[in-house]
Write a protein that binds this ligand. Structure first.
Ligand code: FAD
Ligand code: DLZ
Ligand code: SF4
Length: 508
């Protein structure tokens, strides 16, 4: 049988299920750079360059192994516009007995794959994506038993048992499942952040950078400098570097933020894991080995593994369980348009200017910037979930809908009404002040609660709680916040709500 194996841009791994049983003598692997995928949202320039370069390098590695690769480059004369068109033409060229694909990570593309199965002249086999520990079916089964009370913690424990990471028999290593409380230290002023390896662009990456500059000039973000790994071997070098130099302090300072240090002790591995150059399991295993060899402490290794087998698998499960309705969820009725400064980074709020500015430069911001600075602002300001989703999908180099959407809809906006998180991650300026050095250099005063110089996060926070009292007032986990609101003098609250209204009429 001659099989055509169609690989998507985020399936760059030799161990994809679509590659199982590959016969290099007969089969052909097809990959395609197409306009429809590069522009269905205006992805950050660095994200397109990263993915096209990683795809080209991966195709070369397959060829070096003796595999026949039919690779469609972006911009070829009369080239296909969509992945479906690319596949159809490849089927006409190669006349295979069957097509094999691994299920797409995005709902719209999985629907398209099902259409291919209907319209192509040969059978199309859609295989499960076995890079994940929990299949979408297993997740849905687990979720149905929870009676609307999904919590990451319970899912995570199941996953620890299933994978055996940091387990001693059926008990968690060290006695506790989750060391979250040991992941929240503010960064001491005198701590040194380790210097990272740079991955200079080679000729292939340079060609792709020129292509992106010429074809996507209107897309968001800085294309250069570009120094991200685009090959499996460079990805492994970064994984090794992370485990050796950053993992030991990853746990302590997971929630910290510092001006001019976009990465701190974070791994910077998400884009590599999501596109297939690294496997989640190998990242967890390397971290676990570092714990057992005494190189990294438990709070770091458990924290890292929790993000990957806990949060990452949990958000994917929710996405597939709840799509397509999840895309339009808007439990808090938020409808404010995204302020322009999300695209320019030009705002007087220093925390947002730093986080958005770094996003623009690097197509990256670490989790607490995404969650507690930008995300918190989106929640408090009542921004339209559809606009917020699109922004997050555009700007981060690791963004695919399956992971972006639940983080936006469920984690930051509470737009799913509490399906994913038990309460909104709402916080006033004092949280940002405690976890960062941003407030000292800000034109607003983080201690003030209303008036033109007050930190907008303060009055927006109380305005948010007051606005949503009906919906959130009964939430057990928000009792303390509402008790504080109730003790507040009426005048005080009225002043804050006036400041919030003035700010929201023209946020900048
Ligand atoms: P580290 O801090 O080193 O964490 C290790 C790994 O854990 C990451 O590489 C990632 O694979 C995984 N991880 C951690 N948190 C999450 C999470 N909440 N969901 C899924 N995986 C997680 N991550 C994406 O990969 N793509 C996205 O599009 C994306 N959008 C997000 C949107 C919002 C609003 C928020 C709050 C978070 C989003 N995240 C997303 C999760 C997280 O912020 C990034 O995975 C992380 O910042 C990537 O940096 P890192 O590799 O240095 O992560
Ligand atoms: C994000 C992206 C981009 C920019 N370009 C391509 C492409 O040209 N070809 C391709 O196969 N995939 C691309 N992708 C990834 C897809 O848009 C999509 O997000 C994932 O395949 C979903 O699993
Ligand atoms: Fe952000 Fe407020 Fe601090 Fe300024 S004072 S950096 S707006 S939290």
């Amino acid at each position: 049988i001659r099989t055509l194996r169609f690989l998507l841009g985020d399936q760059l791994s030799r161990s994809m299920s679509s590659m199982d049983g590959l016969d290099p003598g007969r089969d052909v692997v097809v990959m395609a750079e197409v306009g429809a995928e590069a522009t269905y949202v205006r992805h950050h320039k660095k994200k397109i360059a990263f993915l096209f370069s990683a795809m080209r390098h991966f195709a070369e590695e397959l060829r070096a192994e003796g595999v026949t690769v039919d690779y469609v480059r972006f911009g070829e004369a009369r080239g296909p516009r969509t992945l479906g068109e690319a596949l159809q033409r490849a089927v006409e060229r190669h006349r295979p007995d069957r097509v094999v694909v691994t299920e797409a990570g995005e709902w719209r593309l999985l629907q398209a794959m099902r259409d291919w199965a209907e319209t192509l002249p040969c059978p199309v086999e859609i295989r499960e994506d076995t890079r994940f520990h929990c299949s979408t079916g297993d997740f849905a089964e687990w979720a149905e038993t929870r009676k609307g009370e999904l919590r990451m913690e319970f899912f995570y424990r199941e996953m620890r048992r299933r994978t055996g990471y940091l387990m001693r028999g059926d008990r968690p290593e060290g006695g506790a499942w989750n060391l979250d409380r040991e992941n929240r230290r503010p960064l001491p002023a005198d701590i040194d952040v380790p210097r990272r390896p740079r991955f200079e662009p080679d000729a292939t990456t340079r060609t792709v950078i020129d292509l992106v500059a010429a074809n996507f000039p209107q897309h968001f973000g800085d294309l250069e400098p570009f120094d991200h790994p685009v090959t499996r071997s460079d990805a492994l070098t970064l994984l090794d570097w992370f485990v050796e130099h950053a993992l030991p302090l990853f746990g302590d300072y997971q929630d910290a933020m510092r001006t001019g240090e976009p990465l701190l002790f974070h791994s910077h591995l998400s884009a590599l894991i999501n596109c297939g150059l690294l496997l989640p399991a190998e990242c967890c295993r390397r971290a676990e080995d570092a714990y057992h060899s005494g190189h990294a402490p438990l709070n770091a290794v458990e924290g890292f593994i929790r993000q990957i087998v806990g949060w990452r698998e949990y958000v994917r499960g929710i996405y597939w369980w709840k799509m397509p309705a999840y895309a339009t969820a808007n439990a808090l009725g938020a409808d404010r348009p995204l302020p322009w400064f999300f695209w320019s980074g030009e705002t007087d709020m220093n925390c947002l200017a730093q986080a958005i500015g770094e996003t623009k430069a690097n197509a990256y911001a670490h989790h607490i910037q995404r969650l507690m600075v930008i995300g918190n602002f989106c929640l408090l300001a009542g921004l339209d979930p559809r606009e917020v989703q699109e922004w997050y999908l555009v700007v981060y180099h690791d963004a695919y809908e399956w992971v972006e959407m639940p983080n936006v809809v469920g984690m930051i906006l509470f737009a799913d009404g509490g399906l994913m998180a038990s309460k909104p991650y709402a916080a006033s300026g004092s949280y940002i002040d405690r976890m960062s050095d941003y407030c000292g250099a800000c034109r607003f005063d983080v201690k003030k609660r209303h008036g033109p110089d007050a930190c907008p996060f303060n009055y927006l926070y109380w305005d948010f709680l007051a606005r949503h009292r009906e919906r959130l007032g009964g939430n057990r986990r928000m009792r303390m916040m509402y008790a504080t609101l109730d003790r507040m003098k009426d005048d005080d609250l009225a002043d804050m709500r006036r400041s919030a209204a003035a700010f929201l009429s023209d946020p900048r």
